[in-house]
Design a protein around this ligand. Structure first.
Ligand code: 13P
Length: 334
């Protein structure tokens, strides 16, 4: 049994409280590789931002659970080495699908877990979330639960259609589960193809997707004043990265994300955690494709992973500073 505090990690409680009060959101970036981890830490240190490094079940299977735990410990040490004396780094399980998986992560040093019972009948979702909360809180690990279903595909998580969160359920759900934050469904979805072109409107040659359901978000905020709300599926799918991928041999058609202005607006509300995975995948793939196309003789992974890491770092900094507003928000910036 390893407690996250021994790894230098923090849970989400204090950073969420500050984010809700301050009208900004904490970035939750998914990672499976060393380069993603390095880019996340460099970006967080440069901007003095708290950060959530999250791994899905698929990422754990890919990278190996023990390696990820040491990478998180290494992330804290690396942040300090880069000059951040008091980093606030959370290691979070994204979309935990069983009590056993959540327990395993908590026992291996995670400081936060998500139990995703959103596909279950309401009472079963409550029972499963409560079981995880009861275990996690013994170790001061924070728990995210979800109400409402997001469409899209991400690792093992997939749903054909979204179901918006019902505001009339949120008080009962959060009270009975004791969860620390609530992921809601208001029109975001997982992956790089969040909307079909038919769902969008053409404005100045750009496909603009339907707006997020801010009315539902505001109703939820009224029911749960100050309660931390989480948005999944919040990649913006930058067109320049998609174009680079397609220019250098890729084939990504009709990739459409959430406009950044909408995420900026959501960050000012009780939304205090915004999940971004696809944008990192796109930034990495675009840089690797470009490098290999321009340098066909290169075969040392460092030659193409270095620009990939730089490109991800640039994207993470942009999200922190221009979209989520979590720069200079460490409790202790010294
Ligand atoms: P994106 O696919 O929009 O990056 O969403 C990631 C996510 O929500 C992880 O849980």
């Amino acid at each position: 049994m390893v407690n996250y505090k021994d790894l230098g990690l923090v849970n989400t409680r204090e950073m969420f409280k500050r984010a809700v009060a301050g009208g900004y959101a904490i970035p939750a970036f998914n990672f499976n590789t060393m380069e993603q981890m390095q880019a996340i830490v460099m970006a967080a240190v440069e901007t003095k931002s708290p950060v959530i490094m999250q791994v899905s079940k698929g990422a754990r299977n890919y990278a190996n659970a023990s390696i990820l735990r040491y990478m998180a410990e290494g992330a804290v040490a690396y942040a300090k080495e880069l000059g951040c004396a008091h980093p606030e780094i959370v290691l979070h399980l994204d979309h935990g699908d069983s009590f056993e998986l959540c327990k395993d992560c908590i026992d291996m040093g995670f400081s936060s877990v998500m139990i995703d019972g959103s596909h279950l009948p309401y009472e079963e979702n409550i029972a499963l979330a409560k079981q995880v909360v009861d275990y996690a809180h013994q170790f001061d690990v924070t728990v995210e639960a979800e109400l409402g279903v997001l469409a899209g595909v991400e690792d093992e998580v997939s749903a054909a259609e979204s179901h918006y969160t019902k505001p009339e359920e949120v008080i009962d759900f959060s009270t009975r589960t004791g969860c620390d934050s609530l992921a809601i469904s208001i029109g975001t979805s997982h992956g790089a193809h969040k909307f079909t072109p038919e769902q969008c409107t053409l404005v100045n040659g750009v496909l603009v997707p339907p707006p997020l359901a801010f009315d539902i978000l505001h109703e939820i905020e009224k029911k749960l004043p100050g309660f931390p709300i989480v948005l999944h599926g919040s990649s913006s799918v930058p067109m320049d990265e998609v174009e680079t991928i397609n220019k250098y041999g890729g084939h990504l058609e009709a990739a459409i994300g959430i406009p950044e202005e909408q995420l900026r607006e959501a960050s000012k509300s009780a939304v205090c955690k915004i999940n971004i995975d696809s944008d990192s995948r796109l930034a990495m793939t675009a840089a690797v494709r470009k490098h290999l196309a321009e340098h066909p003789g290169d075969f040392d992974p460092r030659q193409y992973l270095k620009p990939a890491r730089e490109n991800m770092k640039k994207m993470y900094i942009h999200k922190i500073v221009n979209v989520l507003g979590s720069d200079n928000k460490l409790a202790n910036c010294d």
